[in-house]
Design a binder for this molecule. Structure first.
Ligand code: GLC
Length: 418
């Protein structure tokens, strides 16, 4: 549909500030977000390569000295968002948050380079980006893989990008909430409370944030002292894929990142231990409290995106995924509707999100072409019907959350043109 393509491009252009793009224009997220920017860059690559590269450069200009790329960069002095730069009180060159997000950026950079004929200047810019990404991925293995098994921990639910997924319920219940918390949520001014995380979630998010700040974001301290430490399947799947993709794309620039390749071999060996044959599923692990988190969430199926070389397990996961939302007009719900934690319209606890469909689609591409195509077509149908919102109801296709949502538009372009 030509018209939808034009609307998608317009959404991105309208959300663009100087050198970066907001996740939406409805004031819910008035800053630059890490994985949003990566998806957005992929969208731009279909009609303005300079915007695409610039988006990535701006994000990486906020990289910390130790290699971490923050989950939010606060370019302006905007204080309408909570928690803004005044709460976080950190950043390198650009005020930022003190945590990260899934490093999908490496996979997206590889995609952009593979699909396009970049000129010499663009390739030089990409080379700088790639070197910064090496430092970013090294940071994960240096600071977040404390057991040296090739798998990393996240120390805040916001790092996962799936803020209030029920995967975090158990670990968050163990967090001792600060007795004298004082904060004012701003998200509820622009979004319906029945679609957003609960107060008890925010109490835990802010308690964790305060603790990070107390440790001055020291990367060793914040992990050893953390009240929240989860080895998440979704996050690690994205990291493994990112690492493999970065090693591959680096070859085009005569850069040898084979030290990273060794990491991914170890990661795969470790990750397979989290596969449970009884449920035919991978489960995230609460490292802090030592238990498996048995929630049937879509991010467990991101394992397909990691491209682990175990065909038998991959097939079992795909078969299970085929039953996950069977007979439904739209998929994939972020949580299986039969899981007791499922909530049809609450944020990451049920609604369909386009980036999660995209990740699954990418994971299916070389494993089950028909199912990959079905996933793509259903996602395109949903977007053509409901246009570019933050998330959607799987029964009705009704749009939820913020309108003019950048990554929904960007990934529409990728699904449409790929
Ligand atoms: C929310 C989402 C996160 C996203 C951000 C900006 O925090 O959970 O994944 O990056 O909003 O869109």
């Amino acid at each position: 549909m030509k018209e939808t393509i034009e609307i998608a491009k317009q959404v991105l252009k309208n959300n663009r500030k100087s050198g970066y793009t907001l996740p939406t224009n409805n004031k819910l997220y008035p800053a630059q977000w890490n994985w949003d920017s990566a998806f957005i860059a992929l969208g731009y690559s279909y009609f303005n390569m300079d915007y695409a590269i610039k988006e990535l450069e701006t994000l990486l200009s906020g990289q910390w000295e130790d290699g971490m790329v923050p989950h939010i960069l606060f370019h302006g002095n905007d204080e309408t968002y909570f928690p803004n730069h005044k709460t976080w009180e950190c950043g390198n060159k650009i005020p930022s948050s003190g945590i990260t997000q899934p490093p999908i950026i490496a996979t997206i950079v590889k995609k952009i380079i593979d699909k396009n004929k970049l000129d010499q200047v663009q390739m030089e810019r990409m080379q700088i980006i790639i070197k910064k990404l090496k430092k970013y991925l090294d940071w994960f293995y240096n600071y977040r893989d404390t057991s040296k098994i090739g798998l990393v921990s996240i120390i805040h639910p916001w790092e996962s990008g799936l803020d209030n997924s029920p995967i975090w319920d158990g670990p968050l219940n163990k967090v001792k909430i600060d007795g004298n918390l004082k904060y004012e949520r701003r998200d509820l001014n622009v979004s319906k409370s029945e679609n957003r995380p609960l107060k008890k979630d925010y109490d835990a998010y802010i308690t964790l944030l305060n603790k990070l700040k107390k440790h001055k974001y020291n990367p060793n301290k914040i992990i050893s002292e953390s009240m929240f430490n989860v080895i998440d399947i979704g996050f690690n799947s994205i990291l493994i894929r990112a690492t493999k993709d970065l090693v591959e794309v680096a070859k085009k620039f005569n850069l040898d990142f084979s030290d990273l390749k060794k990491k991914t071999m170890m990661s795969e060996e470790s990750l397979i231990k989290f596969y449970k044959d009884a449920e035919q599923s991978f489960f995230s692990y609460d490292f802090k409290n030592h238990n498996l988190i048995k929630v049937d969430a879509i991010s467990n199926y991101f394992i397909l995106f990691a491209n682990i070389g175990n065909e038998d397990v991959n097939n079992k996961i795909i078969n299970k995924l085929k039953k996950y939302n069977s007979q439904k007009k739209y998929f994939f719900t972020t949580v299986n509707p039969i899981d007791k934690t499922f909530e049809e319209t609450r944020y990451w606890r049920g609604p369909v999100w386009i980036n999660s469909n995209w990740i699954i689609h990418q994971g299916l591409l070389d494993k089950d072409k028909d199912f990959a195509k079905l996933t793509k077509n259903k996602t395109l149908d949903l977007l053509e019907k409901s246009k570019f919102y933050e998330y959607y109801n799987y029964n009705t296709g009704e749009s939820l959350g913020a309108n003019n949502f950048s990554w929904s538009a960007a990934l529409y372009l990728d699904l449409k043109f790929s």
